[in-house]
Design a protein around this ligand. Structure first.
Ligand code: SAM
Length: 192
């Protein structure tokens, strides 16, 4: 297995198994979701962007804390599965879109959640994607980075490398940080 960024790879995973990372039952996944949601600095947000929404576990939780959630994935089947999970949450919009593609939104988000997604981009592409993202965000937007710290064959970078590259790509202020052997979560705000 080599590092992957192509939608076909991820789509095939969801077509073979609707829960390919065991989000339903794996304690790492359940614990990570709980941690990152608890670390959000405000009880409510106006508008969240969640690239890499997978099958919508985090999306459905965000929708309870945000007036509006834009959830995206590069895998068409993941988009469908998130739609099924969030079918009773009309404040969720789901789109087939990938971090690193042309940005479609201007100054509308006050929360961006990047969870287990930035290490699917090679370093140069990741820097460009985050620079572009930051150029379209207002000052003091909350950005969350949450990543598995171990090396995986299909990742371009490990979690610490990817988090470091992403944070170096935009001016920010640290709000909260969590680190253990498995996961690193950084909550920052964009600077003026
Ligand atoms: C390991 S899952 C993470 C799911 C969820 N965000 C979480 O933290 O539990 C990675 C997801 O990111 C998607 N993905 C990969 N590269 C992406 C990109 N450049 N933009 C958006 N989604 C991407 C994959 O299709 C997959 O659904």
């Amino acid at each position: 297995m080599s590092p992957r960024s192509d939608p076909e790879f991820f789509d095939a995973k969801y077509r073979a198994d609707p829960d390919p990372w065991n989000f339903d039952t794996d304690w790492y996944e359940i614990r990570k979701r709980t941690l990152l949601l608890a670390m959000l600095p405000h009880p409510r947000f106006r508008s969240a962007l969640e690239p890499g929404c997978a099958n919508g576990h985090i999306t459905t939780e965000l929708a309870r804390r945000c007036d509006r959630v834009t959830a995206t994935d590069i895998a068409p089947r993941a988009v469908e599965l998130t739609g099924i999970r969030c079918r009773d949450q009309p404040n969720v919009e789901i789109r087939e879109w990938g971090l690193g593609r042309m940005w479609h939104w201007e100054n509308i988000f006050d929360l961006v959640l990047l969870s287990e997604v930035v290490y699917y981009l090679p370093a140069d592409a990741l820097t460009l994607a985050i620079e572009d993202m930051a150029s379209h965000l207002r000052p003091r937007t909350t950005v969350v980075l949450s990543h598995w710290r171990h090396t995986e064959k299909d990742h371009h970078l490990d979690g610490d490398e990817a988090t470091g590259i992403a944070l170096a790509a935009f001016p920010h202020r640290c709000v909260a940080r969590y680190l253990d052997a498995d996961v690193r979560i950084e909550v920052v705000t964009t600077n003026p």
